[in-house]
Design a protein around this ligand. Structure first.
Ligand code: FPP
Length: 238
């Protein structure tokens, strides 16, 4: 959800105001994606690198995370949204931690749509944690496979992302779902996140629907060997 700071600067506002506007943009996007039948959405709210920002900005983002849960938990629960958290929860302030746990617990049986909040998340840290888990389980070198690693990531039980949207004009992955995005389609837009409205969602999905996804194969040719690692792979965003 990139571009909150520049959105604010362009209006002579504080960066924290940009994050607040960014938080406001989330719910309509979730609803629209739900209408499209998207099953899983992951929002990158705070990276492990973001701790290096000025303290007041970090505090503002963490506070907004908590406020967001307070404001929308009932609403999401009513609409069958299952909320999950990706990343290291223990490093978050106690109040936010408790809210996240409550939100995850309360919505865990909801099955209309899964919304992952990547908050204090880093793709590399995710992979490191998965490898540590494998070692702790006494896995032998032969048992370390792509599937073994993938299933121990924070998204272990979920399909790989089909579409990755980055707002704010940057063309980087910035440590987001590194492993999981191997075959994702990337969509970059100059639009700052607070301005990412329903028309922007529609445009991103329209562009996605035009992409030809090959997963490293030759279209129309039968595969003789073992297939590559796939996501949902049916052309529908997951
Ligand atoms: C990146 O934009 C955005 C963030 C680091 C924070 C995103 C946080 C929110 C949208 C609100 C709180 C989160 C939730 C989950 C409710 P940037 O600050 O890097 O923008 P810039 O590139 O223009 O400086």
């Amino acid at each position: 959800m990139d571009g909150n700071g520049r959105w604010a600067q362009a209006r002579n506002l504080k960066r924290a105001d940009g994050h607040r506007a960014g938080a406001e943009a989330i719910r309509p996007v979730i609803e629209r994606l739900g209408e499209y039948g998207v099953g899983v959405l992951t929002l990158f709210g705070f990276s492990t690198e973001n701790w290096g920002r000025p303290r007041h900005e970090v505090e503002a983002i963490l506070r907004l995370g908590g406020e967001f849960i307070d404001r929308y938990l009932d609403d999401f629960d009513r609409h069958g949204v299952q909320l999950r958290h990706l990343g290291e929860l223990d490093a978050l302030p106690r109040g936010l931690r408790a809210r996240v746990r409550r939100a995850v617990e309360r919505t865990r049986r909801n099955d209309r749509m899964i919304v992952n909040f990547a908050f204090n998340y880093g793709g590399r840290a995710d992979i490191v944690a998965a490898v540590r888990r494998l070692i702790a389980e006494g896995t032998t070198p032969e048992e370390i496979t792509e599937e073994a690693i993938a299933s121990r990531l924070a998204t272990g039980d979920l399909p790989e992302p089909d579409l990755l949207i980055r707002t704010g004009g940057e063309r980087r992955l910035s440590n987001f779902l590194l492993w999981q995005s191997a075959y994702a389609e990337y969509y970059f837009t100059e639009t700052f996140w607070p301005d990412f409205n329903l028309a922007c969602v529609d445009e991103a999905l329209a562009e996605f629907s035009k992409r030809q996804r090959r997963f490293g194969l030759v279209p129309g040719e039968a595969a003789d060997g073992e297939g590559p690692h796939r996501g949902a792979g049916d052309g529908e965003p997951a």
